[in-house]
Design a protein around this ligand. Structure first.
Ligand code: PRX
Length: 662
């Protein structure tokens, strides 16, 4: 990679580390065997068509891939289906209505078991209620809910009437919610009075009220689930209690059969500019790949497994591997509302023991946090039911991988390190647990039907362990269909770096065995605790504060969270700034105020770990901020080549500032 390109931020693991093949018993009973690779390689489109036919179609498709408008690819375009019918009704019709779909565990100790038959009723009632509130096919619905069963019901009810949902993570602020509601032109918001987090009721509806008070939205109604029983402000005519309209609605509902390409949902994610991207996904292709990958990667045996993915529905992992994938496959799954350390640090392991969880899917940051808490915490629980462990969101360092396998998996469970993105919709690169000899730290091989390459700067494939750019060189069914309202940005962001090829934004290398090692983002996107954050978005939040003249944000490596947000700010001088603290602790006060300002603009997850007040920022002669140098400072490294700086003295001043705690 050329020196002035952003460099990969992490480089974990080695190629010659030990491998962990599946046990012969595991391999013999696996849901998917080694032959699947050959079948998919021999006839890739035929393979995906075969997977698509595991779904129920109201109108069968005859076209598999339509590339006439590439890169806006279409899959199974002449077929019609419905997502909620496939996720729920189909299992009831097949005689599995009594199977438990959701084992919900509230943080406050409450729990609910919901069978597929009950879920079918709830979804149909909610779909009727949405229709009675004026939501039609194609209208967008914003969902801002905690991890409660109604979140799943709400998403499926939207899907049932063909209204794309836009789930906004409950940790995002009113500002962030407002911009997402505006961008999608949502007409309904589904929220709750609040949810339980860290042992206390935490309100949600006030953020919806604040977001809507900012104006400009097309929202006609707010549908409110009562979860905590806390006081809520009420806007008559606009606000409607869920319990006043959903349980009363009919449980009869004919799903709206939509074309395979009908948008199922929009999900906002961070890009390299300040404006989040509304990634939208189709129905047929997305469902095909989420159900296949969920079955194959987790070796799902729906009659006997108890699956648990710890992701929040506000992220793509929650969409694909809490809602759609598991339900399409008729799985029984745990959903947990709260935090891993409430009321004690063994809460997750207590849940595994209580429900006999067999498959656990979580993020490296959570694993590293548990490592910090010590092995005796999980050691106090019976985890012998576990048989497959998954990891997602960021590279997993081999140390965390081996700890996960030993302390949680009893040295017996395969681990699947799954690489994918909001944009890919479904897992793309991962071992198959009954087939692959796992290599700690490597996501390893593209799944059957997926074609990935590591490319050099000129777009030529690399196979000799050199670092390059990860690219997906053939279309895949669950691929994003675009950026909502911005086709040009879609083309520019993903399809222009290497023409005709999807550029993922990740650095990678491919070792001599053909295994892929992910090296982190090569753009200005950060990955904090597996959450994607944009440097530009946080910078624009900082400069929107009246005290800030300029800001630069970098992701610095962090032992627990993978990366952490570190900001450098230049404060504004001049007469208009009258309220800025002065005195001995002025800097600390400024930093505290700016951190909470970022929290309010985006959400607590975006608050910088540290903010350094500086006099200058390192810039090239053309005025571009050299984030690479700031990252060196933030990671306490010697600063690299500074010859392209306009003022080479700047770095010395910044480093002196970094020496004192911010
Ligand atoms: O950098 C990669 C990292 O997460 C990014 C995608 O983030 P997001 O769209 O929020 O989706 C996260 C959940 C799928 C990727 O560009 N990433 C995700 N999984 C892995 C990973 N990096 C390395 N190894 C992984 N298994």
């Amino acid at each position: 990679m050329p020196a002035d390109e952003p460099q990969p931020t992490t480089d974990h693991g080695t190629t010659d580390s030990p491998t962990y093949p599946p046990s012969p018993e595991f391999a013999a009973a696996a849901a998917v065997g080694a032959d699947v690779y050959d079948r998919a390689a021999a006839d890739r489109l035929g393979f995906w068509a075969e997977q698509a036919r595991t779904l129920e179609w109201e109108t069968p498709f005859s076209t598999v891939l339509d590339d006439s408008e590439a890169p806006r690819y279409g899959w199974f375009t002449d077929g019609r289906l419905n997502a909620s019918h496939n996720a729920v009704d189909r299992h009831v019709a097949a005689g599995h209505g009594d199977r438990v779909a959701l084992l919900w565990e509230g943080e406050d100790g409450g729990s609910r078991r919901i069978t597929y038959a009950e879920l079918a009723d709830d979804v149909a009632r909610a779909a009727n209620a949405l229709t009675s509130l004026g939501v039609g096919t194609g209208d967008r619905v914003a969902i801002y809910l905690p991890m409660i069963p109604e979140a799943v019901v709400a998403m499926l009810a939207c899907a049932r009437i063909g209204a794309p949902h836009s789930v906004v993570f409950g940790g995002f602020s009113a500002d962030a919610l407002h911009s997402r509601i505006l961008d999608a032109e949502a007409t309904l918001v589904i929220t709750a009075d609040g949810g339980y987090r860290r042992g206390a009721a935490s309100p949600l509806k006030p953020a919806v009220d604040d977001a809507l008070a900012k104006g400009g939205t097309a929202v006609a109604h707010v549908l409110v689930v009562r979860r905590t029983g806390g006081e809520v402000a009420w806007t008559p005519e606009r606000d409607v209690w869920w319990h006043d309209v959903v349980p009363q609605a009919s449980a009869e509902h004919e799903p709206v059969w939509v074309e395979a390409e009908h948008p199922l949902f929009i999900l906002y994610t961070s890009g390299t500019t300040g404006k989040p991207k509304g990634i939208f996904h189709s129905t047929g292709g997305y469902l095909t790949q989420t159900s296949f990958t969920h079955r194959a990667v987790f070796d799902l045996h729906p009659e006997t497994d108890v699956y648990w993915c710890t992701a929040d529905i506000g992220w793509i992992t929650g969409h694909s591997y809490v809602v759609y994938g598991p339900l399409l496959n008729g799985a029984t799954q745990v959903i947990y509302e709260g935090t891993p350390d409430t009321p004690h640090r063994g809460r997750w392991w207590e849940i595994v023991q209580k429900y006999g969880v067999t498959i656990l899917y979580t993020a490296p940051t959570a694993i590293r946090t548990c490592m910090k808490w010590g092995e005796d915490v999980p050691g106090g629980f019976d985890l012998s039911s576990l048989r497959v462990l998954g990891s997602v969101g960021e590279p997993i360092n081999p140390e965390a991988w081996t700890w996960y396998r030993r302390a949680i998996g009893g040295d017996r469970t395969p681990i699947v390190d799954t690489w994918w993105q909001t944009e890919t919709g479904a897992i793309m690169i991962s071992p198959l647990p009954g087939v692959t000899a796992a290599k700690p730290g490597s996501a390893q091989v593209p799944l059957p039907g997926v074609v990935a390459e590591v490319l050099d700067d000129a777009g030529a494939p690399i196979h000799d362990d050199r670092a390059g750019y990860l690219a997906l060189t053939e279309p895949w069914p669950a691929m994003l269909r675009g950026i909502w309202g911005d086709p040009q940005r879609f083309a520019d962001t993903y399809w222009s770096r290497f023409p005709g090829v999807y550029f993922a934004g990740d650095g990678a290398r491919r070792d001599a065995d053909g295994d892929i090692w992910l090296l982190g983002r090569v753009d200005d996107v950060m990955n904090v605790s597996g959450h994607r954050l944009s440097t530009a978005e946080i910078e624009s939040a900082l400069v929107s504060h009246p005290w800030v003249a300029e800001a630069a944000v970098v992701g610095a490596s962090d032992e627990t969270t993978g990366q952490a947000v570190v900001a450098f700010v230049i404060l504004r001088d001049g007469e208009e700034v009258t309220d800025r603290p002065s005195g001995d602790d002025a800097d600390e006060q400024v930093v505290a105020a700016l951190r909470s300002h970022v929290g309010a603009a985006i959400g607590p997850i975006a608050k910088p770990r540290s903010i350094l007040v500086v006099a200058e920022l390192p810039k090239t002669r053309s005025g571009k901020i050299m984030r690479r140098l700031l990252r060196d400072v933030a990671e306490h490294r010697d600063v690299g080549d500074v010859t392209t700086l306009a003022d080479s003295g700047v770095m010395g001043l910044i480093q002196q500032g970094m020496a004192k705690p911010a």
